[in-house]
Design a protein around this ligand. Sequence first.
Ligand code: SF4
Length: 193
Amino acid sequence: MGKVKKKKNWYEYLWIATILYLTLGLFNILFAWLGLLCFFIPLIMSFTKKDKAYCNKYCGRGQLLELVGTKFSRNKPMPKFLKTKWFRYGFLIFFLTMFVNMLYVTYLVFNETTGLKEVITLMWTFKVPWRFNELTNVTPWIAQFAFGFYSMMLTSTILGFITMALYKPRSWCVYCPMGTMTQGVCIIKDKIK
Ligand code: SF4
């Protein structure tokens, strides 16, 4: 008898949402705002659900890395230092610092200290001019936040794909700031219990 194929759940297709998000951002930077969902949903779930429910089931990025990694990963073990608490929490702190800096830049545009910069900053260093859509009718700080947030999302995606190719498909999940943060919440919750 042939194997019965298990019907997939809707959430197993969330990797499509990740591709859609990254693609839409290319055409209209304002779609970057949708990325806030990937920020708040895991946090809310870490407070309300058991374990790392978001990572285990609903993270489109994790699924995408898994999927692409089946073909394009060397499947080698990661260097040990990437798995240490020091690195994971250090990277989280670095990421959050960059996030706060991005909010500060948005604030400077909001109070008109500086003007809107239509650039995407990759790996927190490389500035790529980004003029794919007309932003004259958009409130500058709204567009500035979108540029900043999309820069972070693209940077983390690039890092995810690099570590996917070099090591195991979901190597990014080992030091993903969102994963470290939600795991931290779960640990604190357990301790309080
Ligand atoms: S660790 Fe990060 S990328 Fe991996 S599943 Fe969790 S939130 Fe998604």
